[in-house]
Design a protein around this ligand. Structure first.
Ligand code: ZN
Ligand code: ZN
Length: 138
């Protein structure tokens, strides 16, 4: 590896660790951590990476090529923002009250996060899906 590749690798690892720390503290606060190997969330990440490849992602002005924790959302896999700009991920209209997994419109949604490397994805699930996702991750 060249020195710049090593630096990138270190940054990537630090960013991934920071992302995991954010997830863990959120999981502790909400009590509904999702295992990121759940099929549903894996599919959302696949969707996100596909949009990256196709250049369909809207970035905030602070996202650079150096790795650090960045945020997307299951309801907006075309948006990637820095920690300061997560307000842009706020769901609007009907999406704000719908489960991201089954689409059920419900008042009580369980919000949480999953990470893939330094990418943090927010999502909101109905109670049934939160339980199903939790079980499928074990
Ligand atoms: Zn930003
Ligand atoms: Zn659901």
């Amino acid at each position: 590896m060249t020195p710049s590749e090593i630096a990138f690798d270190d940054q990537w690892r630090a960013a991934s660790a920071a992302a995991s720390a954010i997830i863990s503290s959120s999981a502790a606060a909400h009590g509904f951590p999702i295992h990121h190997q759940d099929d549903w969330i894996t599919e959302r990440f696949r969707d996100f990476h596909l949009k990256c490849q196709n250049g369909e992602i809207h970035y905030c002005a602070h996202i650079t090529s150096s790795p650090r924790p960045a945020h997307t959302a299951a309801w907006a896999t075309n948006i990637l923002v820095c920690t300061d700009c997560t307000g842009f991920l706020k769901p609007e209209g009907p999406k704000a009250t719908c489960c991201d997994r089954c689409g059920t419109d419900e008042d009580n949604l369980y919000g949480s996060f999953a990470a893939s490397g330094p990418i943090i994805m927010a999502y909101a699930l109905c109670e049934a899906c939160a339980r199903a996702a939790q079980q499928s991750g074990r």
